[in-house]
Design a protein around this ligand. Structure first.
Ligand code: GLN
Length: 192
């Protein structure tokens, strides 16, 4: 299994470590040709505007859009914003997922928080249904999802923080910053 991490900006190294622990071959993607032969791609957290500007500068926008039509892509936090069709601001977006995103929905950096989430879909084949400890860092919310999009986790008040559309996955939070690899395993299943 060959998985790329978009390595333009943000915490791609943490994703790489998690994927390698799970036995995946990892490729750092900085140019269009690095997408060749990948089963899937992770777009990390960071700053979505910066990721979008760099992706534009390196000629990656079209290749990424084409890649996401057939292959699995998972965006965490800034990566989720980059996957969305609408983030209420003019910035380069892949527009692959039919989701509307609200950036910095919880406030500023100091309003970052951690919470235990219920993610029923993660627990197939697991011994128990432990909650997933989720780290939110100046995180976005998934404000609304289109018809073909499945909500896979919400906060207690119902606000959406994880969604899937076919092989495309978006999470507002950062599983790569925990020791729980269930989301990475879930994504590798999507990428198979
Ligand atoms: N606030 C960032 C953005 O809007 C996302 C933060 C993150 O990826 N942790 O792009």
């Amino acid at each position: 299994m060959k998985i790329g991490v978009l390595a333009l900006q943000g915490d791609f190294a943490e994703h790489q470590v998690m994927l390698e622990t799970l036995g995946a071959e990892v490729v750092q993607v900085r140019l269009p040709e690095h997408l060749n032969g990948l089963n899937g791609l992770i777009i990390p957290g960071g700053e979505s505007t910066t990721i979008g500007k760099l992706a534009t500068a390196y000629g990656l926008m079209e290749p990424l859009k084409i890649f996401g039509k057939t292959q699995a892509i998972w965006g965490t936090c800034a990566g989720a914003i980059f996957l969305a069709k609408d983030a209420h601001r003019p910035q380069p977006l892949l527009e692959l997922m039919d989701i509307v995103i609200e950036r910095n929905a919880f406030g500023r950096q100091v309003d970052s928080f951690e919470v235990d989430l219920n993610v029923p879909g993660l627990n197939a084949g697991e011994k128990d249904d432990l909650p997933f400890h989720a780290v939110f860092i100046r995180a976005p919310l998934i404000e609304s999802v289109g018809k073909g999009v499945e909500v896979i986790s919400t906060l207690e008040d119902g606000r959406i923080v994880a969604a899937r559309q076919g092989k495309l996955l978006a999470t507002s939070f950062h599983p790569e910053l925990t020791r729980d690899n269930r989301f990475h395993r879930y994504f590798m299943e999507l990428a198979k």
